[in-house]
Ligand binder design. Structure first.
Ligand code: PEP
Length: 248
């Protein structure tokens, strides 16, 4: 069976209750013509229960992070157990903003992925190179090292979606070309094939993130190894529906 197209919307640290209500209305009223697509939106923690309760049932929700181990004396953190308790099925881990701004290492992200999966969450695990790394020709080394840190800690990939998000494309308006995205996705799938297993390589969805818009989604979606998108800025706008429909 083919890999089901996956579209995630990362709302990041944005929104008031009024704005969240408006986004939910757009999502609930939008005409989704694609039939074989999994859609997951990721509001900030504080809005998760309301958004989950008010969204149409075919759109799921994700947290943007969770703590690396069991909850307890970790002020300000939210545990995987809490997300499970609230019925939140997905979590985004290893987003480049957290890696860069909060110093999350590859190993820390690997530990988080393993812990979240063990609690029953599904994980959108983000990897991607900076502009300097791309210009130095080390894109695949960076992405492989980030993925290896996850592969070292898990054996079951069935609840993992890998988001390839080049840092230079996130929030910059500089979307990767379809060929650039396809090249990394194909290399990453090849890496999974040799370092994990052919079955994991074949079944794991590798989605692209970085300034995807309604205008760029169709051509990117047509690439054989692009299995969907993780969308930031455009997931707050009506064009998110067009991005979902790029799955058709
Ligand atoms: C993201 O934050 O994951 C992202 C891809 O953002 P944007 O679409 O705004 O580049």
């Amino acid at each position: 069976m083919g890999r089901k197209f996956f579209v995630g919307g990362n709302w990041k640290c944005n929104g008031t209750t009024d704005q969240v209500d408006k986004i939910v209305k757009v999502l609930n009223d939008g005409k989704i013509t694609a039939t074989n697509v999994e859609v997951v939106v990721s509001p900030p923690y504080v809005f998760l229960p309301t958004v989950k309760a008010s969204l149409r049932p075919e759109i799921q929700v994700a947290a943007q992070n969770c703590w690396v181990k069991k909850g307890g004396a970790f002020t300000g953190e939210v545990s995987a157990e809490m997300l499970v308790n609230l019925g939140i099925p997905w979590v985004i881990l290893g987003h480049s903003e957290r890696r860069a701004l909060l110093g999350e290492s590859n190993e820390f992200v690997g530990d988080k992925v393993a812990y979240a999966l063990a609690q029953g969450l599904k994980v959108i695990a983000c990897v991607g190179e900076t502009l300097e790394q791309r210009e130095a020709g080390s894109t695949m080394d960076v992405v492989a090292a980030q993925t290896k840190a996850i592969a070292d800690k898990i054996t079951d990939w069935s609840n993992v979606v890998i988001a390839y998000e080049p840092v230079w494309a996130i929030g910059t308006g500089k979307v990767a070309t379809p060929a650039q995205a396809q090249e990394v996705h194909a290399n990453l799938r090849d890496w999974l094939k040799t370092k994990v297993s052919p079955e994991v390589a074949e079944t794991t969805r590798i989605i692209y993130g970085g300034s995807v818009t309604g205008a760029s989604a169709n051509e990117l979606a047509a690439q054989p190894d692009v299995d969907g998108f993780l969308v930031g800025g455009a997931s707050l706008k009506p064009e998110f529906i067009d991005i979902i429909n790029a799955a058709s």
